[in-house]
Design a protein. Structure first.
Length: 364
């Protein structure tokens, strides 16, 4: 018998949001890890807000705010307005964030303003560190073998915004730049003064930042992430800072660092030697002498590092295709850095969920 095309709204419902989420949905494992990390940030969150006794309108709970920001990365939602639209009718999003079916959705501008508070208090970095702490407790992180690399991040600024610092745009407002010499010494972007006009290899010159990550080689998890202004030295400077942090945390470990040919410079390799870090850097012998000794390049460990370091590109690829790093929609180094770290935290959560599944299947 043919069914009728009718719809009757139930007056009451006994179903919970959790009932609509499949038991094996990937977000279940990710949400559990996120909640564990957020519990450890309670003291930080408590210090971010005024005492409730002083009155005022309650803000968005920082835990819900961070979960919503993660969903924006995980599901490639390109704006806060679209995210709020999704939360309005998407039961999965409401469940992950911690909203009931009756809860009102936030106004996009209120969401953006509350997100700024998290950035000011480095809550995203603290969350990233707590996710790593979970991986450490599960023995998923190597303390000896690492890889480093950098990637270009297109800034939220155009060529037309790149005008002389002295304000003399030649009457063109900066739009007619062809045939005119420009450099970061004499020009800056009026849209995002922290960005730099930069090109690498065969890429076109764009207003950019540079993102850097340090990956442990055991499971390919990102253990450090940072953003700097884009220039020819930024990758090596950031790499030295990140590997120095590792050395300080593990003073007696036999540490190796894998990197591509761009890091094959005498000052960089020399700094690694000073830190007692084995320089597993790809040798650059194109018309020059490599700073990496042949006796290191011929070891089995060097070959293993060359294979492992390729996985670091997976994090960049994920963040630029799934996440929000291909072209950022925020301005200023600090905001871009927080967004980059959030994307790396989301990438780690996805990898850790997969690692948990592999371990679970192996135990059966």
């Amino acid at each position: 018998m043919r069914g009728s095309d009718t719809f009757t709204e139930s007056l009451f419902s006994i179903k919970k949001l959790d009932d609509f989420v499949p038991a094996m949905h990937p977000l279940r494992a990710i949400r559990a890890m996120v909640n564990d990390a957020l519990v450890e940030l309670e003291d930080l969150f408590a210090g971010m807000y005024e005492d409730a006794g002083k009155g005022g309108r309650p803000s968005i709970a920082p835990q819900k705010l961070l979960r919503a920001m993660l969903l924006q990365v995980l599901y490639s939602v390109r704006s806060e307005r679209l995210l709020m639209e999704q939360v309005q009718y998407n039961l999965l999003f409401r469940w992950f964030i911690g909203l009931s079916m009756e809860d009102s959705v936030w106004v996009p501008t209120v969401f953006s303003k509350n997100r700024q508070r998290l950035i000011e208090h480095d809550a995203v970095v603290a969350f990233f560190n707590q996710v790593l702490a979970q991986a450490q407790r599960r023995n998923w992180l190597s303390k000896e073998h690492f890889s480093v690399d950098g990637t270009l991040i297109q800034a939220w600024a155009s060529h037309k915004s790149f005008v002389p610092k002295d304000g003399d745009g030649g009457g063109s407002g900066g739009s007619d730049f062809r045939g005119r010499p420009r450099s970061n010494d004499t020009h800056e972007s009026k849209s995002d003064p922290d960005s730099r006009l930069y090109r690498k290899g065969k890429t076109a010159s764009e207003m950019r930042f540079m993102g850097h990550t340090l990956m442990e080689n055991r499971n390919g998890l990102i253990v450090n992430a940072m953003v700097t202004q884009a220039d020819g030295y930024a990758e090596r400077v950031a790499a030295k800072e990140m590997i120095n942090d590792v050395r300080q945390a593990n003073p007696e470990a036999a540490i190796t660092l894998g990197a591509d040919k761009g890091y094959d410079a005498a000052e960089f390799v020399g700094e690694l030697h000073r830190l007692k870090v084995a320089p597993h850097v790809a040798q650059n012998k194109s018309g020059r002498r490599s700073a990496v000794p042949d006796e290191i390049a011929q070891t089995a460990g060097y070959g293993a590092s060359m294979q492992c370091r390729k996985r670091i590109e997976q994090g960049f690829g994920w963040a630029k295709t799934i996440g929000q790093v291909r072209r950022v929609m925020v301005r200023g180094t600090k905001k871009v850095a927080q967004l980059f770290v959030l994307n790396m935290a989301a990438y780690n959560l996805v990898r850790m969920r997969s690692l948990g599944q592999v371990r679970l299947q192996g135990a059966r």
